[in-house]
Ligand binder design. Structure first.
Ligand code: NA7
Length: 539
């Protein structure tokens, strides 16, 4: 049995920063990581074209000034290989790997109330004991592989974008099929199209995709950001999504201006690239008529780019813009002008089954040599639910979360003392630059654990009252927006068995940070502590 103060599950960006901060505060912490390397989702998602949709100089750690100055990003939006190199660099710079146990999958975690600690067991039976257990398991880390009829009969190669092999895959001369046109599919399709002999894309829903406008960063831009990093960080942390866009957030309603002005604003944002388009007007995510004006602008762009009219119409999304996370791309729509690329809609005619040579939909067999599943993730709750977590009174977290992701502040769950989730459901997490949200959660959790050490407290637990009222707040805010209107992974709608519930907190980064701060200032309002050594069951 290995004893630690803190066990962290996952060595992605959240886990690495936690380890660094906990060690700095003098805690004996260990990360358990199932992969053979750091990086989390950026280790596994190595499909062709994989890239972050937040600008590189903002998708980076802000806790160390020297790190900020020494790491040199090469492109406006970082590619997966570069992000992984960055993660490895951070791990070696802060000597993190000596406290990371790789190739170790956590199977269960059991809270021993009488001892005020967690007993953590891996799939090989190894056991760890720690007062605190922190789930840094990521929001987009468990791949969703739909149960297609007869998939096991298909004799060709099968890949999932979220579990891509470490060795590059060469599609030259092959007939390739892609299922899924979310962010991963939209990034992979243009790159695979350049290699493959024939590429067939199977689309259930069309996504809105904005041009990334990716390009190399100039030395001047890099130096300019480095010289003003603090200013950029401050501005980002005061912004709704934790990110600074080229175009400022426009506080006007789309109805405040003429049609000509609307179109000019949209055009400028389109040319600027990236998700800044979402902030063209303040009401795009609040009013469906406003949203429709932006949606139609994008549809018209698709109609202009894609030459074949039938394909262009199939690519035009029918959902509201941005109620699913918008994608950003490089040459996505233009790829459909290639002779070797075709689009098949499976919206009205779902995939019936797979065969040895391909798949059947609408009574037609499509044959291919390789299949790419770009079918997304069991987002936000999947990784935590995959671990058998047993709290007070043998309650299982996976059972509780099968009905909805009960939580307080996205940081803790009633009934599970001394367990924290980093950027969990109920926090802004996936609606923001997640590096900013990770930074705030890691600081909050580390401060909390340090406070408990100072006060000689043995356990902390969210109260049921605070949890209930937090869930109401999360739901109320989501209800003001258009987010709940479409079948997104934010709602768990992509996984048939998941309860439909808008999981992230949609109130923005500054407001959320303020709430977390005032919880601390009010003596950790909504949490209940027990002194060290106490086994009291009073709640
Ligand atoms: P997404 O955004 O969840 O996209 C998954 C895609 O796969 C989407 O087009 C789905 O269609 C499609 N899908 C999922 N299940 C099926 C089935 N059963 N049949 C056909 N098509 C299916 O995942 P991504 O990996 O692209 O991106 C996730 C996030 O990572 C992204 O938002 C960025 O934040 C980074 P649907 O839309 O559900 O009809």
């Amino acid at each position: 049995m290995i004893k630690k103060d803190v066990i962290v599950v996952g060595a992605g960006f959240a886990g690495m920063q936690l380890l660094h901060h906990l060690r700095r505060e003098g805690f004996n912490a260990l990360i358990l990581e199932s992969a053979s390397e750091v990086g989390g989702t950026w280790f596994h998602n190595r499909y062709p074209g994989c890239r972050c949709d937040v600008e590189s100089m903002q998708y980076s750690y802000q806790f160390d000034k020297e790190l900020e100055q020494e790491w040199k990003w090469t492109e406006l939006y970082p590619s997966q290989p570069e992000i992984l190199e960055y993660a490895k660099h951070v791990a070696s710079r802060f000597d993190l790997k000596k406290d990371i146990q790789f190739n170790t999958r956590v199977q269960s975690a059991e809270y021993r109330k009488n001892h005020q600690h967690w007993l953590i067991t891996t799939t090989t039976g190894e056991q760890f004991q720690a007062q605190f257990c922190i789930m840094a398991t990521g929001n987009l880390s468990v791949p969703n592989t739909p149960r297609f009829n007869g998939l096991e009969d298909f004799k060709g190669e099968v890949y999932h974008t979220a579990r891509w092999p470490e060795q590059p895959v060469d599609f030259t001369g092959k007939r390739v099929a892609v299922i899924g046109t979310g962010s991963s599919g939209i990034q992979a399709i243009p790159v695979v199209a350049e290699q493959a002999r024939q590429l067939t894309v199977f689309q259930r829903s069309a996504s809105y995709s904005l041009p990334a406008g990716n390009r190399p960063l100039s030395t001047e831009e890099i130096n300019n950001t480095r010289n003003n990093y603090q200013q950029l960080r401050d501005k980002a942390s005061q912004s709704f999504g934790g990110v600074v866009f080229k175009g400022e957030v426009n506080e006007q309603s789309v109805f405040d201006v003429s049609e000509t002005e609307q179109q000019a604003e949209f055009e400028q944002r389109w040319q600027d690239g990236g998700v800044g388009f979402t902030h063209s007007y303040s009401d795009l995510l609040l009013n469906s008529d406003a949203n429709e004006i932006a949606s139609e602008f994008i549809r018209n762009k698709i109609r202009t780019i894609v030459k074949d009219k039938t394909t262009a119409e199939l690519l035009c999304p029918t959902d509201l813009f941005a109620c699913k996370r918008p994608c950003i791309d490089t040459n996505y729509y233009d790829t459909y002008n290639r002779d070797n690329v075709s689009l098949v809609s499976i919206k009205d005619n779902p995939i019936e089954c797979f065969t040895e040579k391909g798949l059947i939909t609408d009574n037609t067999e499509y044959q291919f040599d390789a299949l790419i599943l770009a079918t997304g993730f069991d987002a936000m709750t999947g990784a935590v639910r995959n671990i058998k977590i047993e709290g007070n009174d043998q309650q299982r977290l996976d059972n509780i979360w099968s009905q909805g992701s009960d939580n307080y502040l996205g940081l803790a769950v009633h009934g599970f003392p001394n367990l924290f989730t980093v950027t969990g459901p109920g926090s802004p997490s996936v609606l923001t630059n997640v590096m900013v949200s990770i930074h705030q959660h890691v600081n909050w959790i580390t401060d909390c654990i340090s406070y408990m050490r100072t006060k000689q407290l043995g356990s902390i637990e969210a109260t049921i009252k605070a949890q209930t009222s937090w869930l109401e707040q999360v739901n109320t805010i989501a209800g003001y927006t258009l987010y709940p209107s479409c079948n997104s992974w934010y709602l768990g709608a992509n996984i048939p068995s998941k309860p439909r519930q808008f999981m992230p907190y949609a109130g923005g980064v500054p407001g959320y940070r303020q709430i977390c701060q005032s919880v601390v200032e009010n003596d950790y309002e909504g949490f209940q502590f027990q002194p060290a050594g106490s086994t009291s069951n009073d709640h």
